[in-house]
Design a protein around this ligand. Structure first.
Ligand code: HEC
Ligand code: HEC
Length: 334
């Protein structure tokens, strides 16, 4: 399976996390699950954030001046109170134009190996230009944005205080990235359980996790973000054309995944494995947003990624487990 790259469970991050937890949470660790043998690790809090830059980035994330007609902001599609995505299959950009792929969550996106379904942006910094310049999204360009924002004396002043070069495209990107880095969801019931709190999960969720491992979902959805750390074919073991038949529309360019970036025929239908951390809150599913509910997404994964028909009770347990992966963040609605 040439596509199943980069198994990096035993990452340095986890080691650091274990060490820092060992000093603060020693009593809890005595009864804790052995973290080193689990394919999923807790999300660690981000320590070196510059709060003033986070606040500036947060304001820009919500600023419609980043779009050509001042009508939409990053938050229009990435609703932070609702899981970091929106509720539609394909989002609407300026002038109501429809996008080509489903909006993924921005929560925990700093943990991904690359950004976008096809990984075409190497990191969050590079990612920002995507929506800003995409004609189907914000449809603008940096000189136009800088021109608008330069008329806002208070904002200009804020940039000058925080960055030696003041207001420019690079610093807009940098502050948005600082804000995105702050979007780590902590204390998920599943993470609490990993750290030794048996009562944090229901029996059904624990059963769901066992099934998630025994079916082999963890071979792709793993690490702190339960995904986001490797690429895999959609249709790893089952003809993907059958998926398009179920969807009742033929495959389009947006379905080709990483091929769009590399033009390598072997990369057709290869996607960055999405994080499942916020999946219980971000229906509809898959890169095309064609699947409306989590249970159906699980059944499709069983069939196309593992060659298994997962029975209903197992689907329901796996779904309960996936709900336990969503952690807390002040921006999330209670
Ligand atoms: C019109 C809706 C829309 C707007 C506005 C928008 N996004 Fe997105 N965002 C998307 C879609 C759709 C994708 C997936 C596109 C793809 O992979 O081809 C995405 C992907 C992302 C990702 C990658 C997540 C991942 O797991 O790969 C990040 C990060 C992100 N957006 C941040 C932002 C920021 C920052 C802004 C504002 C500058 C923004 N978005 C504006 C719809 C939007
Ligand atoms: C061979 C790798 C692989 C395996 C095994 C796998 N997945 Fe996936 N999963 C993916 C990829 C790739 C996608 C993205 C597919 C797409 O949208 O084109 C995905 C998408 C998903 C999504 C949708 C996420 C979203 O935000 O749209 C869910 C839910 C999911 N997987 C759950 C599971 C479950 C449950 C299992 C086990 C029954 C599983 N996966 C097994 C690779 C895998």
């Amino acid at each position: 399976m040439q596509a199943l790259l980069q198994y990096n469970w035993a990452s340095v991050t986890r080691l650091t996390l274990i060490i820092s937890l060992a000093t603060t949470l020693l009593p809890a660790l005595v009864s804790a699950t052995d973290l080193s043998s689990e394919p999923i690790t807790p999300i660690a809090s981000i320590s070196n954030l510059n709060q003033a830059k986070v606040q500036l980035g947060k304001a820009l994330f919500h600023d419609p001046r980043l779009s050509s007609n001042n009508s939409i902001s990053c938050a229009s599609c990435h609703d932070l109170s609702g899981g970091g995505a929106d509720k539609v299959s394909l989002s609407f950009g300026v002038n109501g134009t429809k996008g080509l792929t489903n909006t993924p969550t921005v929560y925990n996106s700093a943990l991904n190996i690359a950004q976008f379904w096809d990984g075409r942006a190497a990191d969050l910094h590079e990612q920002v230009d995507g929506p800003v310049q995409n004609p189907l999204e914000m449809n603008t360009h940096w000189p136009e944005i800088i021109n608008k924002l330069n008329r806002d004396q208070a904002l200009k002043q804020q940039f000058e205080t925080l960055y030696p070069e003041g207001l420019n495209a690079n610093n807009i990107r940098a502050s948005i990235v600082e804000f995105e880095r702050s979007l780590a969801t902590l204390n998920a019931p599943f993470d609490q359980w990993l750290l030794g709190n048996e009562a944090a999960l229901t029996d059904k969720q624990k059963q769901g996790y066992r099934l998630f491992k025994s079916y082999g979902c963890v071979s792709c959805h793993q690490g702190a973000n339960v995904g986001g750390n490797m690429y895999a074919y959609f249709g790893a073991v089952h003809n993907i054309m059958e998926y398009f038949e179920l969807r009742s529309t033929p495959p389009s360019e947006a379905d080709l995944g990483r091929y769009s970036v590399t033009k390598n025929p072997l990369d057709r239908f290869l996607f960055k494995v999405p994080s499942l951390r916020m999946a219980s809150l971000t229906a509809p599913y898959f890169h095309d947003g064609a699947v409306p509910d989590l249970n159906t997404a699980i059944i499709i994964m069983g069939r196309f990624q593992l060659g298994r028909e997962i029975p209903k009770e197992h689907v329901s347990a796996i779904s309960a487990f996936i709900s336990s992966l969503a952690g807390e963040h002040p921006e999330l609605a209670e």
